[in-house]
Design a protein around this ligand. Structure first.
Ligand SMILES: C[S@@+](CC[C@H](N)C(=O)[O-])C[C@H]1O[C@@H](n2cnc3c(N)ncnc32)[C@H](O)[C@@H]1O
Length: 293
């Protein structure tokens, strides 16, 4: 740290500093920042330099690696570099598929289940929560339409590496504008309008929140705190931040958490042709685990 603190906004990340941060971020998160991302990274990291009154990136690099804070600053740095864009019912066709194919398939198999039938879904890069709450609403709507689905044990595990977005997700409070694209009948049923301090906001109702359990999972960690198998995994709009070897690593590990014939949902621009021998492409960015021979 230095006494003469400059405005970090004016700092540029030198090429060798960019390489150092890029490697650190890659080791910790799997995220690969390609050449040309220097300005974006400098701008995002500047917030951390300002917070600690550190005047240059080389000092911050040393600080983030050696400060004795139990990994707190490293976590804050990771929160700065993730991209968290999401929306309720983003890529609507996936939620249609969930209600029209995944739920009826589970119902058809349930006659063979000895106990209370259960449906498990994992939203593996859940960001601020819009995705897992959209899944929960879809399942609740399916219960209203189909009496055989009522009484099912439903659980959505929603995880992300970023502790800040998980905080927002757990609170379940959003600007009302986020619901503009949603069917008004749905949002009246599943959201409460905020008053006083929360005017202009909406909050997900308890019955929706009760289905979702948020956990911090860094997919780069050697073990994931998951004991259950899932009927479906939503891993959407995250693959694009990883190189193919990391994509392959994550997906092959995820597949082990799918039930037989379980489904994988990817984002609109994400394709995995090298895995088609294990994951059968069904329709746009929806895959089903193939039965083992
Ligand atoms: C663009 S958001 C996708 C949100 C949502 N799935 C959607 O499609 O709307 C990508 C998310 O991936 C998360 N992410 C990036 N690297 C990760 C990692 N190593 N482990 C877990 N989550 C990660 C980011 O924090 C970010 O919230």
């Amino acid at each position: 740290m230095s006494d003469s603190v400059m405005d970090p906004l004016l700092l540029t990340l030198e090429p060798q500093e960019f390489q150092l941060f890029r490697d650190l971020i890659h080791r910790q998160t799997g995220i690969w920042l390609r050449d040309g991302k220097q300005v974006m990274l400098a701008s995002r990291l500047s917030r951390r330099l300002r917070c600690h009154r550190i005047s240059n990136f080389a000092d911050y690099y040393h600080y983030v690696q050696h400060c004795q804070d139990g990994g707190r600053e490293l976590g804050e740095m990771i929160n700065c570099v993730t991209t968290n864009k999401t929306a309720f019912f983003r890529e609507q066709h996936h939620f249609q598929f969930l209600g029209d194919v995944v739920v009826p398939g589970a119902l058809a198999r349930s006659s063979r289940a000895p106990d209370r039938p259960a449906l498990r879904i994992w939203s593996a890069a859940s960001s601020t929560g819009e995705e897992p709450y959209s899944i929960a609403i879809t399942l609740l709507e399916s219960q209203l339409r189909n009496s055989l689905f009522r009484g099912w044990d439903l659980r959505i595990v929603a995880s992300d590496i970023d502790t800040a977005v998980l905080g927002t997700a757990t609170r379940g409070i959003y600007p009302v504008e986020e619901l503009e694209e949603m069917d008004p009948a749905l949002w009246k049923k599943y959201f409460l309008r905020g008053k006083d301090d929360l005017a202009g906001s909406v909050k997900v109702k308890k019955q929706v929140a009760a289905l979702v359990e948020f956990r911090r999972i860094n997919l780069m960690d050697h073990s994931w705190p998951l004991s259950e198998s899932f009927d479906a995994i939503f891993f959407r709009n995250a693959l694009i931040y990883f190189r193919q070897e990391t994509q392959d690593l994550f997906l092959r590990r995820m597949i082990r958490h799918l039930k037989p014939q379980g489904y994988l949902f990817l984002g609109h621009s994400e394709h995995i042709p090298w895995l088609h021998d294990v994951l059968e492409p069904l329709q746009k960015t929806v895959y089903r685990l193939r039965s083992r021979a």
